[in-house]
Design a protein around this ligand. Structure first.
Ligand SMILES: Cc1cc2nc3c(=O)[nH]c(=O)nc-3n(C[C@H](O)[C@H](O)[C@H](O)COP(=O)(O)O)c2cc1C
Length: 312
């Protein structure tokens, strides 16, 4: 008598912008360092991939403290995009990541002008081991008086088109949620040449200490993330997935596998996990494992079949 082959379980592979991920669960930018820092805590080979901290042309020290506070069901941060700069990342961090097989490394790129972004992309083009770029379009455009690229359609289009022309790897554009019509911004990014879009970044917010009557964040405003934003993020992912043909990567408040399933049903091909890593550094791995168990328990043979499957 022959024993039937042991089931390998659900197929968790998804493809975003031509890049295959073994799991749709990815660690989000700014909450997972440069990846190297999590090596001893997380089995990097169990997660789909990770996005690096935002990389700029020059190193940045970020904003003064306090720059992170807890709020009901979330947190506000105004880190100010502190980072070591793209060249130090390539020289000091990237070589330590070369042994990783199958974990997709996504480099998050930002700049204060389009020229800054192009320089970061050009520096990364020759660096090995990176699968994709995520362009953070929520940055102030200092050459246009501080307006944010991601909230002005013509500026977003120009930023994406020029970065796409410079990029030798797929370009995913991370949209700002601080807009009225997120579907329009998704279409503008697609039209500019984006290979995928990711959303949401944090929501501009303000918290005041009523005893001192002063802002609780030194920068005054900061970005709200965590479970508090999840229903808004799910709605936005749904709207963008209806507006574009390219893949959508969803995030905002994902804590558990069921949250990831919800984003995928709303139209996300993959998801990112940010704030949850602050409460539990192993959150991304736990959610990736939990998603596989959820699919097995619900007779879902391929996780990709969840994409856009909500009956809305
Ligand atoms: C402390 C902190 C730092 C962040 N830094 C970046 C960053 O450098 N670049 C970026 O594109 N997004 C950054 N983000 C946004 C997250 O990647 C993510 O879009 C957002 O927090 C929503 O997901 P979450 O609710 O799972 O955290 C940061 C978020 C936090 C909390």
């Amino acid at each position: 008598m022959t024993t039937p082959p042991r089931s390998k379980g659900p197929d968790t592979r998804v493809t975003v912008a031509g890049v295959e991920f073994r799991s749709p669960v990815i660690a989000a930018s700014g909450t997972f360092g440069y990846g190297v820092e999590f090596e001893d805590v997380v089995s990097l080979d169990r997660i789909g991939g990770f996005v690096t901290k935002g990389l700029s042309r020059e190193p940045m020290v970020g904003n003064p403290a306090p720059r992170i506070i807890e709020t009901a069901a979330g947190m506000i941060n105004a880190i100010g995009l502190q980072n070591m700069g793209v060249r130090a990342f390539i020289a000091e961090k990237l070589p330590k990541l070369q042994g990783l097989t199958g974990t997709v490394i996504i480099a998050n790129v930002f700049g204060f002008t389009i020229g800054d972004c192009l320089e970061v992309i050009q520096a990364l083009n020759d660096a090995p081991g990176i699968a994709m770029y995520e362009l953070n379009a929520s940055c102030p455009n200092t050459s246009h008086g501080g307006m944010v690229f991601g909230t002005d359609p013509p500026q977003l289009w120009e930023l994406v088109a020029r970065c796409k022309a410079a990029a030798r790897r797929p370009l995913m554009v991370k949209l700002s949620p601080n807009v009225t019509d997120i579907g329009l911004m998704g279409r503008v990014a697609e039209d500019g040449g984006a290979d995928a879009v990711s959303l949401v970044n944090t929501f501009v917010s303000l918290a005041i200490d009523v005893e001192t009557r002063r802002p609780r964040i030194a920068n005054i405003t900061g970005g709200l993330s965590g479970p508090a934003i999840k229903p808004i993020a799910v709605r936005m992912v749904h709207e963008v997935s209806k507006a574009v043909k390219i893949s959508v990567v969803g995030m905002g408040g994902i804590l558990r596998a069921e949250d990831a399933v919800e984003f995928m049903m709303a139209g996300a091909t993959a998801v990112q996990v940010g704030t949850a890593s602050y409460a539990d550094p192993r959150a991304v791995e736990n959610i990736a494992n939990g998603l596989k168990r959820w699919c097995a328990a619900h007779d879902v043979a391929a996780v990709s079949s969840l994409i856009g499957s909500a009956m809305l």
